[in-house]
Design a protein around this ligand. Structure first.
Ligand code: WQD
Length: 385
């Protein structure tokens, strides 16, 4: 009996001082391995502006990328979006691509059954603010319904971590500036597009509450602008650009006659709208930092982070900066305010710096230089010039 007791205590001591630390060591090693990029990431909306720039950074960091896109917002000469073909040229790596809509449960499930997906970065969404006011149901069906389907298929396949492409629009008209992550969300979202971002955030929070295995990072973008410094990929809006920077660059390249400055009577230094513009490459790198956070074994549930520079620029300051970067005069005319616009919006990005070890490093000059480099090399965007 004593002998048995002696032996079992010996086994217990061995277990306690050897097996448990070994388990933590293994878990730590797996996490580091994943953080080093030895993992496979599903990128929804991978053919889009932010998606394609993020795929570049993922490939540069040894991640394996599976991209899907329903191609509604990206130009394609054949089966793969032109943007992703150029990503492959930039990186020398291959992107596995599926022409799939996130509402197609069966097609999504097949992707998860074909590839061992370690995590997901979710960009796929309709994102034209003005259009969302005209066709709200299409936006709710696609952005909210599609995200819920994606989450269901992920859970079914045991993939319970996601980085979500959210937006500063969830803050509505800011109650204070700079905006911190604890600013109220969902109040005063001025358009269905912004509401879809808010609703999807809330769905993801509820999923985390229902199942503690889920890990979610919500990245709230301020105003993404610029292009990859190769000039091979960039923002290529279809039709008349809604956003300021692509409109300015199309004036500079001669595709548009002049810029309409929406409002010159805001309570800002020069009366025009102030926004926190962030270089697309800084934004893309922010997604890699979010993945590293997700792969940390001590991260649980959900967390939101602002991705901005913390500095606001007015419309007229952007026009001046672009003119200096391109050497082109940008004709403009100050007109009335645009429905739903807010006066000023810029981030407090200190939480991302503290917890993601991420900060924007490219300034407005870089944003304008790289935008012009892309536009000048691709006057008609991805369509053959
Ligand atoms: C910026 C400033 C306009 C066009 C939107 C979405 C947001 C995010 C970024 C996705 C404003 C002024 C613009 C023009 C102008 N998208 N402007 N003439 O409205 O801050 O944000 O895009 O996540 O969710 O809401 O960006 O570029 O449209 O406008 O004077 O032709 O430029 O009034 O002050 P916005 P924007």
């Amino acid at each position: 009996m004593l002998n048995l007791l002696y032996k079992s205590s010996y086994v217990f001591v061995l277990f306690y001082y050897a097996i448990i630390p070994l388990g933590y060591l293994t878990k730590w090693w797996v996490t580091i391995e994943k953080m080093k990029g030895n993992s496979t990431i599903l990128v929804t909306g991978g053919g889009g502006y932010v998606g394609s720039h993020t795929v570049v950074e993922l490939l540069k960091n040894n991640y394996t990328v599976i991209a899907l896109d329903n191609m509604i917002n990206c130009y394609s000469g054949n089966e793969k979006p032109e943007s992703l073909k150029r990503v492959e040229q930039i990186t020398g790596e291959t992107v596995t691509f599926y022409n799939v809509d996130i509402r197609d449960r069966e097609a999504l499930d097949k992707i998860f059954k074909t590839h061992k997906i370690d995590s997901v970065i979710h960009f796929a969404a309709l994102k034209a603010v003005g259009e969302s006011v005209k066709i709200p149901l299409t936006y709710y069906q696609n952005n909210v319904g599609g995200s819920a389907t994606l989450l269901e298929v992920m859970a079914k396949n045991g993939v319970k971590s996601i980085v979500f492409s959210s937006s500063a629009t969830v803050y509505g008209n800011p109650q204070f500036l700079p905006i911190t992550e604890d600013h109220p969300t969902g109040q005063g979202c001025t358009n269905p597009y912004g509401k879809t971002k808010f609703f999807v955030e809330e769905i993801m929070k509820d999923v985390c509450t229902s199942d503690p295995e889920w890990k979610v990072i919500l990245l709230r973008y301020f105003n993404p602008v610029g292009a990859h410094d190769s000039g091979m990929i960039g923002e290529d809006p279809s039709g008349i650009p809604n956003n300021l920077m692509p409109y300015i660059s199309q004036v500079a390249v001669g595709r548009r006659e002049k810029l309409q400055v929406f409002g010159g009577d805001y309570e800002t230094p020069d009366g025009t709208g102030v926004r926190d513009y962030i270089h697309i490459t800084d934004l893309a790198i922010g997604h890699l930092k979010a993945l590293e956070k997700i792969f940390q074994c001590d991260f649980r549930s959900w967390k939101a982070y602002n991705l901005g520079t913390g500095r606001g620029y007015s419309v007229l300051e952007m026009v001046k900066a672009f003119s200096e970067a391109s050497g082109k005069q940008i004709k403009y005319e100050i007109t009335c305010r645009r429905e739903g616009d807010i006066s000023a919006c810029y981030a407090d990005a200190s939480l991302a710096k503290k917890e993601l070890n991420w900060t924007a490093t490219r300034d407005v000059k870089d944003m304008c230089k790289d935008t012009w480099n892309w536009q000048n090399k691709n006057p008609k965007g991805f369509q053959k010039s």
